[in-house]
Design a protein around this ligand. Structure first.
Ligand SMILES: *[C@@H]1O[C@H](CO)[C@@H](O)[C@H](O)[C@H]1NC(C)=O
Ligand SMILES: *[C@@H]1O[C@H](CO)[C@@H](O)[C@H](O)[C@H]1NC(C)=O
Ligand SMILES: *[C@@H]1O[C@H](CO)[C@@H](O)[C@H](O)[C@H]1NC(C)=O
Length: 237
């Protein structure tokens, strides 16, 4: 009996050791794909869970399940999401929100001026496109897709922190009514974020949740050989 026990003990020890050593020699975990919802007011990020087939919404370290679609510029930096929101009261004219209403849209001067009047920040006309005027230490303009890029980057970092693995692929969902130009500019936002090798645009529709799940699932299986930081491929579904 004692002999049996010690054999079992050794087996368990051997399994532990194998597991431990195995861990040391395992390749680093594969980057995963995240689903990003770049909303007008709030943004959220999710990851496909192969076990349950569900998309798990990822929170930040304070437990927020979404971030406000807000980017604030100050003399010391650019702050996105909750950080940006917190600074908005003291810095309203340099706090950009609702950028999704402007991304990839063609405006005439008059329409844009009317839009701009609704906001504490200034939207200016640049050859048919909207840009935002920012005045911190210096005065400059930023594009709606730049605002989008900061939010995408923020969510990517949130996901990496919570999941503990690198992420370099994303499925970004946009409203079904987004036209080709708006979708192109959303891809441009991901490109500006500079850290995705593959980006897919998913147009939300009635069956979007299922399509989204299947898309994330299929992308989980794909491997990327591209250099980090370079947007290699983007496409629409
Ligand atoms: C803006 O000005 C402040 C005070 O002069 C300085 O500390 C800060 O580094 C400047 N920021 C940038 C982005 O140049
Ligand atoms: C302005 O937009 C038009 C149409 O998109 C384009 O052909 C033209 O090159 C643009 N001009 C400048 C100065 O960017
Ligand atoms: C969108 O991007 C595609 C691929 O780069 C291009 O062929 C197409 O002309 C673009 N469409 C618009 C409306 O900008």
């Amino acid at each position: 009996m004692a002999g049996e026990m010690s054999i079992i003990g050794s087996v368990i020890l051997a399994l532990f050791l194998a597991g431990y050593l195995g861990q040391q020699y395992l390749p680093p975990p594969k980057p995963r794909v995240i689903g990003l919802d770049l909303g007008t007011t709030f943004c959220s990020v999710g990851v496909f869970q192969p076990g349950t087939g569900e998309i798990e919404v990822i929170g930040d370290d304070k437990g927020h399940k979404s971030i406000p679609s807000v980017v604030t510029f100050t003399p010391t930096g650019v702050f996105s999401g909750h950080e940006g929101q917190e600074l908005s009261d003291i810095n309203p004219q340099n706090t950009i929100y609702d950028a999704k209403r402007f991304i990839g849209k063609i405006f005439d001067q008059e329409t844009l001026d009317k839009e701009s009047a609704r906001y504490p920040f200034k939207a200016i006309f640049n050859n048919g496109s909207a840009e935002f005027l920012v005045s911190t230490n210096s005065t400059f303009t930023v594009t709606p897709e730049f605002i989008g890029s900061r939010l995408l980057l923020k969510m990517k970092k949130m996901a990496e922190k919570q999941l503990g693995i690198p992420i370099d692929k994303a499925v970004i969902s946009v409203p079904a009514e987004f036209d080709e130009r708006q979708r192109n500019y959303t891809i441009r936002a991901a490109n500006l974020a500079g850290e995705f090798t593959k980006v897919y645009i998913n147009r939300k529709s009635h069956q979007s949740q299922l399509g989204y799940v299947l898309l994330l699932e299929s992308m989980e299986g794909t491997q990327t050989k591209n250099k980090k930081g370079k947007l290699h491929q983007s496409c629409e579904i």
